[in-house]
Design a protein around this ligand. Structure first.
Ligand code: ZN
Length: 253
């Protein structure tokens, strides 16, 4: 089954498709938000709101393990995730989408693995599924590459931090991409992220964006997200044969 992990500003995503049923799943890591099974292109697609029902959980408090485990339990093997981000590059404008091909992790207070009781080191050279990335890239107008900088939050970054992130090659910055992508990988799922650029990060642009500009950018992104996810799901194949499924075989144990 295909899954969607919906981030900030994507609640209308599920309103665009018929809901077949809803699932409430309690995992050994805790209760997951209600998962809606939607019908998209005659396929059953599982939608989970990352920040829980009602957008109530801040990024640093999200139970990422429960979310991924719940999707795994209901049989999700490929995930399209949406993440709101700030741009580190004036060429990556608010309102546009970027499909990250790598990340650098600056989070420091999160549970980041399912392997707490055994020694397992998964390869993360290319952390995002390249097959899903190509499907997404071919489904809409996007920035096809870029390194995602993951921060702890909930505060926004300082100007000095942003200049540093830019210097080391970051293109966008956000608080929700990691450890989610890693946990999906540990469950041998295919995982692709669609980053919605809602603003320029601190100190990138000479003037601060107004609230109206940010709201307009979010609206732009939301419409584009619905289109690109719908197209991507149409192109996705259930009988996938992807190397993400062999992540644990190749892990150092
Ligand atoms: Zn894959």
């Amino acid at each position: 089954m295909i899954g969607i992990i919906g981030g900030t500003g994507t609640s209308s995503l599920k309103e665009n498709y018929p809901i077949i049923r809803e699932e409430n799943i309690t995992t050994k890591y805790g209760e997951a938000p209600t998962i809606s099974i939607l019908e998209i292109d005659n396929k059953e697609v599982a939608y989970i709101p990352r920040h829980s029902n009602g957008h109530s959980v801040p990024p640093h408090k999200i139970n990422y393990r429960a979310n991924i485990e719940a999707l795994n339990i209901i049989g999700v093997s490929q995930v399209f995730a949406t993440n709101s981000v700030g741009s580190l590059d004036t060429n990556i404008e608010p309102g546009s989408l970027l499909i990250p091909d790598n990340f650098i992790d600056f989070t420091h207070n999160r549970v980041c693995t399912f392997f707490d009781d055994e020694v397992v080191h998964i390869d993360c050279t290319e952390p995002y599924c390249e097959r899903l990335r190509q499907i997404i890239i071919s489904s809409g107008r996007v920035h096809p590459y870029g390194t995602y900088i993951a921060t702890e939050g909930p505060r926004f970054e300082t100007g000095a931090e942003i200049q540093f992130y830019k210097m080391i090659g970051g293109k966008v910055v956000g608080m929700t991409g990691v450890p989610e992508v890693v946990l999906a990988r540990e469950k041998q799922m295919c995982y692709g992220s669609i980053c919605a650029v809602t603003n320029y990060a601190a100190s990138i642009y000479p003037h601060k964006l107004t609230i109206t500009e940010v709201v307009d950018a979010m609206k732009d992104c939301e419409e584009k997200l619905i289109q690109i996810i719908t197209k991507s799901i149409k192109k996705s194949n259930d009988n996938l044969n992807c190397e993400c499924q062999n992540t644990l075989e190749d892990a150092i144990i």
